[in-house]
Design a protein around this ligand. Sequence first.
Ligand SMILES: NC(=O)c1ccc[n+]([C@@H]2O[C@H](COP(=O)([O-])OP(=O)(O)OC[C@H]3O[C@@H](n4cnc5c(N)ncnc54)[C@H](O)[C@@H]3O)[C@@H](O)[C@H]2O)c1
Length: 276
Amino acid sequence: MIKRIAVVGTGQMGAGIALVAAQSGFDTLAYEPSEKTRARAQAYFEKKLSVTPASEPGSSFTGSRIKPGMTAFCSDLSELEDCDLIIEAIPEQESLKAELFEKLDQIAKPEAILASNTSSISISKLASFTKRPEQVMGMHFMNPVPIMKLVELIRGQQTSDKTYEAVKATAEKMGKVTTTSKDHPGFIANRILMPMINEAFDALQEGLASAEDIDTTLRLGANHPMGPLTLADFIGLDTCVSILKIMGRKPSALLQQYVDAGKLGKKSGQGVFKYV
Ligand SMILES: NC(=O)c1ccc[n+]([C@@H]2O[C@H](COP(=O)([O-])OP(=O)(O)OC[C@H]3O[C@@H](n4cnc5c(N)ncnc54)[C@H](O)[C@@H]3O)[C@@H](O)[C@H]2O)c1
């Protein structure tokens, strides 16, 4: 049974995953190497948790679970040794994730499950860097995690039924609805979303229409809650490029130019649109 969860990497996705885990009653620990990102995530936890029952007297929040005024960040990965489930949310680069999975496999207790929030990287491949491939699984949360109801579950070649059931039950305890995808680049969500986003950048580059009109057309014409260019800004343009490459698709030249210019979307304050 999953009681203690760790989240590795508290950027856009990891901070949301850790928050929802803590709010759902799991003892939650986090590891983040960047001091700046750690401080931002800590402030986010304090702001969000201070208005939930978690801060009320008699709350069931105990131990080192993330909660207001208390740092549940560990300074070393080795502190995750007693976690039941470790969710990785570091950048979408196979080499980085491979190195981390190798380390986590050595640190985590034998029965622990290692999950990845990857958008597109093969779970079977990540599992191959561990000696516990049957306990490795994809747990793909959507952005922003506290608002989006879906978690896409991905079984690797060797993921056991026991691991799948435990991760599914954990996602459901976090209030999420799950779908299950085969381990194929992009899974369900990005296989369908990324070609649309890439096409939107090509259309913008060709001068088909303004960025605003491309987004408005999809919002009001296809009933999407946000247009593809805004969605790309929210995902992170660097992450979109990585996902497209892993899916074997050539990123739009304009999308690549934004990334080369350091315009990564909402997280950097500027992508196709500006964010203050
Ligand atoms: N952004 C989205 O909309 C979205 C949605 C679903 C899934 N994802 C996936 O989630 C993962 C994270 O994406 P993100 O948007 O949160 O990225 P991000 O860049 O906002 O955050 C990544 C964090 O990982 C940290 N990090 C880097 N290397 C590390 C390491 N070796 N060990 C520990 N931490 C490390 C960074 O300091 C950073 O804070 C990616 O795999 C991405 O594909 C993203």
